[in-house]
Design a protein around this ligand. Sequence first.
Ligand code: GTR
Length: 398
Amino acid sequence: SLLAGHAQEADEANYDESKIPPYTLPALLKTANGREVTTVQQWEQTRRPELLSIFTEQVYGKMPADKVDVSYKKLDDNHSAVNGSATRKQIEITFSHNGVERKALLLMYLPNHVKTKAPVFLHFNFQGNQTISSDPDIIPSQHSDRPRGNQASRWPVEKIIDAGYGLATVHYFDFFPDSKDRYAESILALFGYQSEGDIPADGGQAIAAWAWGYSRVMDYLETDWQVDASKIILMGHSRLGKTSLWAGATDPRFAIVVSNESGCGGAALSRRQVGETVNRINHVFPHWFCKNFRQYNKKEDELPIDQHELLALIAPRPLYVASAEEDRWSDPKGEFLSTAYAGEVYKLYGMKGLETTTMPAVNTPIMNRVAYHNRTGVHDVTDFDWENYIEFADKWLK
Ligand code: GTR
């Protein structure tokens, strides 16, 4: 299946710390012309834009800037969902441009006990809206015939509602069906792209399309009277963790960014080459990153950036990166180190990063302005993960 990361573990993947080739990370706080960055102003005016454009052109790709027509249609607004504790809303979002139309179906649960606008976790789903809960009134997503409630273990809806948060989700296929043969069905078709061949070398592909989707859902959330759009916690798991980091970097409206086991091309340092590598990911998923990223296949040393610099683009907003001990394919240590190094930028703002380069014991979160945990278990989203994200959101938003 698409989600069976382990099945793709190449025989040659390295997990041995002693076999990591020696590497030097690009300096986060030095500009392209060699000037040290010592102030927030230098970071915001020079270094941050420099890094953002390298990630755009070399890693994730640009999205066309065209303004797309958008309309919202409320298909459902029910105040007695989740045993009366939540309001369920389903909104059909229609995008049209150049005579092409694409639709995304947004599912939301909002806490009835929160009388003001609610903070909301925005988290796309892998298998269709109907799979996040056994609620029989969820409208199935267009690209999925998976059974209701199939993924419910990853979506503790009651826990989220009880904690005073809303939940917003869309099946990620609505923006790009996750396959190298399905460009024509994706939102990239709005811009005239029908296949890989149409995309420029620095053009965005699936990850950029999903990140664009996260921003378009944010546009909607800004219009919803029950939502506090200044308190949106953007969360993604795995390939969608890569996406949440990229969306958080490109769209400053997201208040908090959470990366759950995002691995290669997400939170993990590429130069360590532990588990999944740049070469491997670009071969198995040629439709994810921009084509320019392929230049670095087996040449991680030539990357002008590394992933600690992506994490730093979230600053000064709260950032949570999480790993799982048995998810070695995502390189927990590489995720931890990049998170620790990103702290340099938080420090410029007078805020606390992880404040250590020693990995914490399993199931022991570090929770400053930057947070990290490595829980026991496999590649997944669990209650432990959610409980900590809720605690982190409480810490910074309440
Ligand atoms: C794997 C892939 C990872 C990660 C994962 C997932 O196949 O190698 O980069 O994205 O899928 O999304 O579950």
